[in-house]
Design a protein around this ligand. Sequence first.
Ligand SMILES: [Zn+2]
Length: 248
Amino acid sequence: MAAVRTLGLIVRSVDVFETSSVVTLFTRELGKVSALAKGARRLKSPLQGGLDLLGVSDIVLLHKASDTLDLVTEAAPVERFASLRRDLAALYAGYYIAEILSDLTDSHDSHPRLFDAATITLRHLGDSESRSRRLLRFELACLRELGLMPTLDACAHCGASVEGRGDAFAFGLATGGVLCPLCRPGQPHVATLSGRTLDAIRVLASPGGGWRDLDASPASLAPVRTTVGNLVSHQLGRRPRLLPYLGA
Ligand SMILES: [Zn+2]
């Protein structure tokens, strides 16, 4: 039984027994971990304040045998995202990030870059002007990091380039990205995207600061929001519970 220290974002917490909780942590070093926090809800528990939802804490875990929950033995708060307490739209976006990390990642599958992307996004959710784009960037980073990113430049089926093919693109949610006109017939779950929407998704999925110059008007972001929401839903196998609460 080895103790491990890691930075963890608390993405889920369920009360169990009289005073304990089972927490789901998205940790930087170990990926998603579910652990029992014994007596965490007791008034004078040393774990108090270290296991608040959407906080980042320095956590010590005792790793138990394969089919038992790990045990939280220490939890010291490292970062709290103040805007989540002041701003309901920011809080919904934060819950959405927690839902994706909790339900789309596998246990003990380490993704430090995804942890960093989540904390950077949470830190800036109070900025209403950039919030929608930051959230979309996080979702696309998540899909990329987990190997679920759709192809955006070449046909997902035959690999042919789709550049210069007019302004309406077939986008196969189940096929894994854009489809050329030859491959489109017979494919399930095909949406039609404008060139503008496809370009916006490309920019949001790219590293660097190009996304800051994107047209952030609701009219232009709404189809991007719908498409990325559909991609995440497809991978989860259901609509995320928080998806309806996200503005465009
Ligand atoms: Zn094709």
